[in-house]
Ligand binder design. Structure first.
Ligand code: NDP
Length: 514
């Protein structure tokens, strides 16, 4: 009997015991930074010809060495997944689910290790790392229950003299390509959704997050997942991505990442290769240019806090980050004043120290690209906070706010994916909604207002996959706020929602006449 799903609570780091365990886990992982980790293909540890190092963005020190998988290893991974599919697809859903429920249990026992790995490898603050961990466990728990639900006979209208049934069956071999910014939650969520549904997977993690993916692959092994069901292929997406996506035996691709890479995958997956006898399915969850609307009738303090948290949590490196604040002209000046004071309180530094609420951005490429946008911002807006970056020791950028940004400015339209907020003045609520909807994306959005009519209008007219009223636009919980965007933010899927597993299943209708 599987109990009802409930979201995993977060750790309380104000408790001495939790703080000490976290410090010890960080120290242990740092001591293991010299380790070399292998690929996992068909249950075997595989070494590639070349290796790469994953670095801590807070201090540029290594966190581990990983294999640079090439097309040769990618071919082996697809072959292993193809072989394993023949038996895994026949395993009853309840047994598949039990493996992933066991994995969730093992992860809970190793919680500090996972949290510490995200602090070191991605520069997450302790709280952000633990929220990422909790979401990963939620995905394992939730999708396991969903797999059992989809396995039950689904209702069809009876027909005289016949017996009808509809069964959901898996698709085949899937390529899972997650991003680095939710290195545990999104990676584990995408992988488990595909595999618990009876598919087999080649998991190609981000080159900025190979450690977390390696820890997760080991947990799956420990939980008893049969060899070949999930194959770990670290290395550059640029090297193996096209091969994996275009392979004729690939049945589906589950991608989360940037718009350009996502659109490239959709295009390549649409081409039918020699020997291919299906149309590939692609689930692509992509970028955003999310915003918080502050109405003239907003609860002012809540709105200021919500904008600051949405814009700068995890250094603004969330697809849901509120990188635009759209503020009614009536409260605009007061809002800027209060926001400036709030943002100045944010502490930036290495996240090993839990006092630092904001850490580094992920790597030098991101640092340079964000600082380029800061340069653009100086010509497109009025700098009221931050603006400086320092990449000497780690990749740190101050929380940066530009005021008086025009709605069509580059910094108001392009995803920056860093701690840069554009504040845009709106001429009333209608204008605010029009600015909010005025990008090519449609991922998350928030509206602060105490006026019921305006909130109802936002529900009807604000076109985003995840809309929040009177709260920040980040922090969706599994099965509480199923997550995924519209327009160029993706293929309209909802991770952590009750339709999600259907993306990895196909329905077979069977009729027997008697
Ligand atoms: P990228 O698009 O750069 O990379 C995502 C993944 O794609 C990585 O694993 C990467 O591997 C791989 N990849 C790169 N090139 C190719 C290729 N040619 N073929 C196949 N795979 C490839 O995104 P980031 O990792 O930088 O993630 C940030 C982006 O993700 C932002 O745009 C953010 O908004 C979006 N995102 C969207 C979410 C959503 O739910 N909509 C959630 C979280 C993030 P490698 O690292 O080796 O290059």
């Amino acid at each position: 009997m599987v109990t009802k799903f409930a979201n995993e609570p977060y750790l309380d780091f104000s408790l001495d015991k939790n703080r000490q365990e976290m410090e010890q886990a960080i120290a242990r992982l740092k001591a293991e930074a010299g380790a070399e980790h292998r690929l996992c293909i068909g249950g075997r540890r595989v070494k590639a010809r070349e290796q790469f190092v994953s670095y801590n963005p807070s201090d540029k020190k290594p966190v581990g060495t990983f294999q640079k998988g090439t097309v040769k290893e990618a071919e082996k991974a697809i072959a292993a997944a193809l072989g394993a599919f023949e038996s895994w697809k026949t395993v009853p859903a309840i047994e598949r689910a039990s493996v992933f429920l066991r994995a969730a249990r093992i992860m809970r026992q190793r919680r500090f290790e996972f949290d510490a790995a995200m602090v070191l490898e991605e520069g997450k603050s302790w709280i952000e790392a633990d929220a990422d961990f909790a979401e990963a466990v939620d995905f394992l728990e939730f999708y396991s229950r969903e797999a059992i639900r989809y396995d039950a006979p689904c209702g069809v209208t009876p027909w005289p003299g016949e017996l009808q049934e509809v069964r959901y069956i898996p698709l085949g071999v899937g390529i899972v390509i997650p991003p680095w910014n939710f290195p545990c939650a999104i990676m584990a969520g995408m992988t488990s959704a595909a595999a618990v549904s009876g598919n087999t997977v080649v998991l190609k993690p981000s080159s900025d997050a190979p450690l977390i993916a390696t820890l997760f692959a080991r947990v799956l092994e420990q939980a008893g997942l049969p060899a070949g069901v999930v194959n770990l292929l670290t290395g550059s997406g640029g090297t193996t991505g096209d091969f994996l996506v275009e392979h004729p035996k690939t049945r589906f691709v589950s991608f989360t990442g940037s718009k350009p890479v996502g659109l490239g995958i959709i295009e390549k997956a649409a081409r039918v290769g020699p020997g291919q006898k299906w149309i590939k399915r692609v689930v692509a969850e992509m970028g955003g240019k999310d915003c918080v609307v502050v109405d003239s009738e907003a609860d002012f303090d809540d709105a200021v806090e919500g904008v600051a948290l949405s814009a700068f949590g995890f250094q603004g490196q969330k697809c849901s980050a509120g990188s635009r604040a759209i503020v009614d002209a009536k409260v605009y000046d007061a809002f800027l004043d209060a926001l400036q004071k709030r943002v100045k309180k944010i502490k930036v530094g290495p996240t090993e120290n839990p006092q630092n609420w904001m850490g580094p951005v992920i790597n030098e490429r991101a640092f340079d690209s964000i600082m380029e946008y800061v340069k653009v911002g100086r010509t497109e807006g009025r700098l009221i906070c931050g603006g400086k970056g320092d990449k000497n020791k780690g990749f740190f950028i101050e929380p940066t706010v530009f005021a008086d940004v025009k709605r069509n400015a580059r910094i108001a339209q392009e995803e920056i994916f860093g701690p840069v907020l554009s504040v845009i003045k709106a001429r009333g609520f209608s204008d605010a909604l029009s600015i909010a909807n005025g990008t090519e994306y449609g991922l998350t959005g928030a509206v602060y207002s105490r006026n019921r009519e305006k909130l109802l209008r936002a529900k009807r007219e604000f076109h985003v996959g995840n809309l929040y009223l009177n709260r920040k636009c980040t922090g969706a919980l599994v099965d509480v706020q199923p997550f995924g965007g519209f327009n160029m933010s993706g293929t309209d899927s909802k991770a952590g929602g009750r339709d999600y597993l259907l993306l990895f299943l196909q329905a077979k209708s069977i009729t027997e006449r008697f």
